[in-house]
Every structure is written in structure tokens, then in C-alpha cells.
Design a protein around this ligand. Structure first.
Ligand code: GDP
Length: 195
């Protein structure tokens, strides 16, 4: 995939603020610090377009990145920050629910997990949430450069089992440091965004 153009078009909290135009969307989800911004930046060949590590307390928004004028990556706020207030968590939940249940142009979701550790309870909940709404899920197990190669398959298997992944759903080992998995991730995504 040759990304010639990538721009942040909208940061939305409400449905009325989502972009028009009917272009296909892929949502990106994962717990805070998992490497979501790094994944987006690597996929679109940018150092810094997606903001790295959104801190708790900052306004949580859905960020719509338009790629090659043809489809969107939708960066959804990370979950799993222990220090976030109940009220913040509720807001986050409502925003996710609204987006995932109403967005007709949403074609697939990327769920990022950390290859070093088994998926967390929140990761499992997120996977189940996406499956519940029948959204195709591509799991990206990132930070693969931090796991010895000889252990990649073992860790991948633990991730699949912990998430109770459907056999057809792909799990791709990825590293924003080395670029491992980038071509494979694009190959998995393209069928959903090709117009
Ligand atoms: P986000 O909060 O999910 O957007 O996470 P970031 O993209 O900001 O990444 C969190 C931290 O993990 C940063 O220090 C990144 O440099 C680091 N990181 C992200 N992806 C990778 C990766 O593939 N390999 C390594 N070694 N570090 C990574």
C-alpha cells in the first residue's frame, strides 16, 4: 500500500461531528500505551501524525485520519487507564457504543494487543464487544521486536487463546520499530477499504 496522503480531518465526540462522504472506515482500538499511535504512524509512513500516548484527563475524541482521500483510520481512545474516573469511563463507553453501533461505513476494526503479555481483561472485553456487533476484527500483536523470535509463535498462541479468537480472524505480529508485519497488516485491511 502506497500512502501518498494522510491527514487528520476531524476529532469527534458526538455523532454529528463524524465526517460525511460515505468513505469506508477502519477503527483502531487498544489499551493506552499498547502502541496504537506508533502503529498508525508506521502504516502511513509518518513520524508523528497520530499523537502518541494520549494521557488520561485529556479530552477523549475519535480521530478520523483520511488516507489517500479514499478511506479513514478512526483512532478510538485507549482504554485501561486505572486512574480514569468513573465519569470519564462512562463517557468513553457511551462514545464507543454510539460509534460502533451506528456507523454504517465502519467495515472492520484493528485491535492492538501487546505481544509480550497475554491480553488483559479489557482486551478480551473489547474483542467480545466488536464480535458482538459483528465487526470483522484484525488483531495486531505489537512490540514484537521486544519478544525473542523463538517465542513469537508461543506468545501468538496465548493471545489467540486468551481472546478466544474465531479461527478466521487474523492475528498479525507487528513491530513499529522494525516494520515487521506492515505489509501483512495492509493486506488484511485492504479488502475492507477498497472502494
Ligand atoms: P498508544 O498510547 O497506544 O498510542 O501507544 P504509543 O504508540 O504512544 O506507544 C507507547 C510506547 O510504546 C512508546 O514509548 C512507543 O515508542 C512504544 N512502542 C510502540 N510500538 C512499539 C513497537 O512496536 N516496538 C517497541 N519496541 N516499542 C514500541
Amino acid at each position: 500500500m502506497n500512502v501518498k496522503k494522510a491527514e487528520l480531518v476531524t476529532s469527534a465526540v458526538k455523532l454529528e461531528q463524524y465526517p460525511d462522504g460515505g468513505r469506508p472506515e477502519v477503527a483502531l482500538a487498544g489499551r493506552s500505551n499498547v502502541g496504537k499511535s506508533s502503529f498508525i504512524n508506521k502504516m502511513i509512513n509518518r513520524k508523528n501524525l497520530a499523537r502518541t500516548s494520549s494521557k488520561p484527563g485529556k479530552t477523549q475524541t475519535l480521530n478520523f485520519y483520511l488516507i489517500n482521500d479514499s478511506f479513514y483510520f478512526v483512532d478510538v481512545p485507549g482504554y485501561g487507564f486505572a486512574r480514569v474516573s468513573k465519569q470519564e469511563r462512562q463517557k468513553w463507553g457511551n462514545m464507543m457504543e454510539t460509534y460502533f453501533t451506528t456507523r454504517e461505513v465502519l467495515k472492520a476494526a484493528v485491535l492492538l494487543v501487546d505481544l509480550r503479555h497475554p491480553p488483559t481483561k479489557d482486551d478480551v472485553m473489547m474483542y467480545e464487544f466488536l464480535k458482538h456487533y459483528e465487526i470483522p476484527v484484525i488483531v495486531i500483536a505489537t512490540k514484537a521486536d521486544k519478544v525473542p523470535r523463538g517465542k513469537h509463535q508461543k506468545h501468538a498462541k496465548i493471545a489467540r487463546e486468551t481472546l478466544r479468537m474465531a479461527d478466521g480472524d487474523p492475528l498479525i505480529l507487528f513491530s513499529a520499530e522494525t516494520g515487521q508485519g506492515k505489509d501483512e497488516a495492509w493486506a488484511a485491511l485492504l479488502p475492507f477499504v477498497a472502494s
